[in-house]
Design a protein. Structure first.
Length: 176
């Protein structure tokens, strides 16, 4: 019986190595990438059934990686794992072919559970509390970041704020 093949696209080398060790112990054949370019190189001779993709990778967006992976194999189980979770990026990830979207910190158990969940869960409770202004601002910032392919200067221009102000806001909310 062959090992399940997994590709991890993560720009944090320490976190990627931790995930790799954990999945190797669980019997996966694992390859690591840190950008869309290295992912394309790996995919020339490796056909994964599973993928874990960070939303922010070297030189761009993990959403491009999701698109690339889904284009190569529509049945691949792709989980987007991010410290910059937002509704906008979650929706885009699912539209591009991800089967699940997890906010960091998440562990190998969470990721494997996400791989095995085929559909949505209609029993998830709807939040009774309305979204705060702060969270709405955060959602809008991330939506614009996705639109600009994580270009900080262009995002700041579109939002009508100074680039340094945007950089400070992103630094404050950084979860990595």
């Amino acid at each position: 019986m062959s090992k399940p093949a997994l590709v991890i696209v993560e720009d944090d080398a320490a976190f990627a190595a931790t995930l790799e060790r954990s999945f190797l112990k669980r019997g996966y054949d694992v390859r690591l990438c840190n950008s869309l370019e290295t992912l394309k190189e790996v995919l020339t001779d490796f056909a994964p059934s599973y993928a874990v993709v960070d939303l922010k990778v070297i030189g761009g967006s993990g959403l491009e990686c999701v698109r690339e992976l889904h284009a190569r194999d529509e049945e691949m189980r792709i989980v987007v794992l991010t410290g910059f979770a937002s509704i906008a990026t979650a929706v885009e990830a699912i539209k591009l072919g991800a089967c699940h979207y997890l906010a960091k910190p998440s562990n190998t158990d969470d990721i494997e559970a996400a791989f095995s969940r085929a559909g949505g869960d209609a029993s998830v409770p709807v939040a009774a509390r309305p979204t705060s202004i702060k969270n709405l601002e955060w959602e809008r910032i991330h939506e614009t970041l996705v639109e600009t392919e994580f270009n900080i200067s262009e995002t700041a221009r579109r939002l009508g704020m100074h680039r340094r102000t945007l950089a400070r806001k992103l630094e404050k909310r950084q979860l990595k």
